[in-house]
Design a protein around this ligand. Structure first.
Ligand code: ADP
Length: 257
């Protein structure tokens, strides 16, 4: 794969107790810098703004009011990007930040502008780091402006920039034939060629405390990748160097497509 999109969930970036997982962020920076060094073009889609924001201002829990959540996302996004900037700098890799909303892909002019930005960044050996623009896209029901989750945003970005592969890192080893949190007999599926109704019925409700997507949004992302003749690998982000194994074609996680 020459062009790769990597999506990391909050569960990879923030510990369950709310502390920031600097080791994981450092490993991500290391792996992505090494990938660039070997001629690959990489885009990182990163969640975690609210988790990092809560940590930054010393709150334990997400406030209920949407404006307060947006404020924390704004605080956390700048902190998150400065952590990335610092960690990538260790590996002499520069980054750029793109905050996107769904409507960007609806309006041809904005769409073109965003694509131009991606291409220009990649051509200059910069790693674009993408997140949803929580200041603009308000709540989960606002379908016109909001993706709702970075799982789908990452697949939209990946298909639009013609990526060969979407690597989705989560808090689980891959896609199981039942929710492994509860169903102890669930087994990992190493290859899923097609995502259909039967696949969706295997995905339980929402997952981790801080994450928003759950498995359904990951399946939607996989479906979008397969439709575009691309692939997606879902794997455990606890150790982001797993990306090296994925790129080497080793059987880790679940390959979709
Ligand atoms: P992230 O924060 O990384 O985006 P989520 O917590 O949103 O991750 O989604 C991952 C969770 O989805 C898993 O931890 C698991 O509890 C849940 N899940 C539900 N059904 C399945 C399944 N069939 N296979 C794997 N995980 C599943």
């Amino acid at each position: 794969a020459k062009r790769v999109v990597i999506k990391v969930g909050t569960s990879t970036l923030v510990y369950p107790d709310g502390a920031i997982n600097l080791r994981a962020i450092d490993q991500l920076a290391f792996v992505i810098s090494a990938m660039r060094h070997h001629g690959r073009e990489v885009v990182l889609v990163s969640s975690g703004a609210i988790g990092v924001g809560l940590n930054y201002i010393g709150l334990k829990q997400r406030p209920k009011a949407i404006p307060e959540q947006q404020a924390i996302a704004a605080i956390g996004q700048s902190e998150l990007i400065s952590i990335y900037k610092e960690r990538f700098a260790v590996y002499e890799q520069k980054i750029g930040q793109l905050l996107l909303t769904r409507d960007i892909f609806v309006y041809p002019k904005s769409h073109q502008n965003v694509m131009n930005t991606f291409e220009a960044l990649l051509a200059q050996n910069i790693v674009p780091i993408v997140n949803e623009n929580d200041t603009v896209a308000v709540d989960e029901l606002d379908h016109e402006t909001k993706f709702g989750d970075n799982d789908q945003l990452s697949a939209v970005v990946a298909t639009n920039i013609d990526a060969d592969l979407l690597i989705m890192l989560s808090d689980i080893d891959g896609f199981y034939d039942g929710n492994p949190n509860g169903d102890t007999g669930a087994t990992l599926l190493s290859h899923v060629a097609k995502v259909n109704q039967a696949t969706y019925t295997l995905a339980g409700g929402t997952g981790s405390r801080f994450g928003t997507g759950g498995m359904v949004t990951k399946l939607k992302a996989a479906e979008r990748m397969i439709k575009a003749d691309s692939q997606m690998v879902l794997a455990n982000g606890a150790d982001p160097t797993i990306i090296f194994q994925i790129l080497a074609g080793e059987p880790v996680g679940t390959l979709f497509g």
